[in-house]
Design a protein around this ligand. Structure first.
Ligand code: DP6
Length: 334
């Protein structure tokens, strides 16, 4: 059988699907997340199955809220932050295509209302929290009551990193080995780290020339250096587990920073080259290394873009803020 998103989802749906009236009087929320061990590279592009397992921390109250309702006038409508989005817009079609995996031609129009409170100024991706919230909303709208693991695997089919945005705190996404990907889902780690702080540093918020999806495909296809990435990621995942178990901030920060730089090394070694850094990104890295040399323990991680996410402890917040006054601080375990 040819495995695709439709066939995988169909296994978990009733014969006839129909919305449960008034099932969503409230929107559902999913947090954004930052990977400390990155997802970079796919073994299956249709299902977003990763080449490596990854580990993230969720951003507490920053994320997406989504509500679905039956659109009595028939067609579909997508609203983002209080504004209706044109039907031919890329965002609207991604949302409707995802809903169609579940609706399967059933005769009802849907109104989708989504709000992101992720500060656009922080240059954070909203696709992870967006697809996670949409998956939770679909589950509720059709009263599917699917297990969380299944919901995480479904969110992954929207965007890989969305599999991790179903949970709070530290989250691991196990890569899985099955062809249908249903063992490739995320789960929360039973750990608390109340002192952990994440600083969001904006370098640029303009649209990036190459999105992470195309960037990771290009890296896998053209960078010989990519061969070392799965080994790096596996070793880093082990170290992060150790760091979390021992509450060892140095190990957590060093591992996350080296993991991000290793991922960026594979991007830079792609062809055409992918360098997401701006001069200000590099200046911020030097400022962080300087702070560290002078005794303030702060580390950074970066995704497929020019912005930095800092990791530090509550006790160092004032010192870090002195260097980066515009930084927004998140308490992931508040
Ligand atoms: C660098 O989840 O956006 O942020 O699965 O193609 O939608 P698709 O990719 P996406 O990639 C995220 C890549 C990353 C690392 C990470 O979040 O783990």
């Amino acid at each position: 059988m040819n495995i695709n998103k439709q066939s995988v989802v169909a296994e978990y749906l009733p014969q006839q699907i129909s919305p449960v009236k008034d099932s969503m009087d409230q929107a559902v929320f999913a947090p954004s997340n930052i990977a400390l061990c990155k997802y970079w590279g796919k073994r299956d592009a249709e299902l977003n199955l990763p080449i490596n397992s990854s580990l993230s921390v969720s951003l507490a109250h920053l994320g997406s809220k989504t509500r679905l309702s039956v659109n009595e006038s028939g067609g579909d409508e997508v609203w983002l932050n209080g504004q209706q989005v044109a039907a031919d817009d890329k965002f609207a079609s991604k949302v409707i295509d995802f809903i169609d995996l579940f609706r399967r031609g059933a005769d009802h129009g849907i109104k989708v209302e989504t709000e992101n409170n992720i500060p656009t100024a922080a240059g954070l991706a909203s696709s992870a929290s967006g697809f996670a919230a949409l998956t939770l909303a679909i589950d509720q709208f059709y009263a599917l009551n699917l297990p969380t693991q299944v919901l995480s695997a479904f969110a992954r089919m929207g965007s890989g990193s969305a599999s991790r945005s179903l949970f709070e705190g530290f989250v691991e996404w196990q890569m899985g080995v099955r062809e249908d990907g249903m063992d490739s889902f995320a789960f929360p780690l039973q750990a608390q780290w109340p002192d952990l702080r994440i600083g969001l540093i904006k370098v640029s918020t303009g649209p990036k020339a190459v999105d992470s999806r195309s960037g990771m495909n290009r890296t896998v296809d053209t960078a010989h250096l990519y061969q070392s990435w799965p080994l790096q990621a596996a070793a880093d995942l082990e170290k992060l587990h150790q760091a979390i178990t021992d509450n060892n901030f140095t190990l957590l920060g060093e591992t996350a920073e080296q993991n991000a730089l290793s991922m960026h090394a594979t991007m830079i070694a792609s062809w055409p080259p992918l360098l997401y850094w701006q001069p200000d990104s590099v200046a911020a890295m030097h400022a962080i290394w300087q702070l560290r040399a002078s005794g303030t323990e702060v580390y950074f991680t970066m995704d497929a873009g020019p912005n930095l996410k800092l990791l530090f402890s509550a006790a160092d917040e004032a010192a870090v803020k002195l260097q980066f006054p515009a930084m927004e601080v998140v308490c992931p375990f508040a």
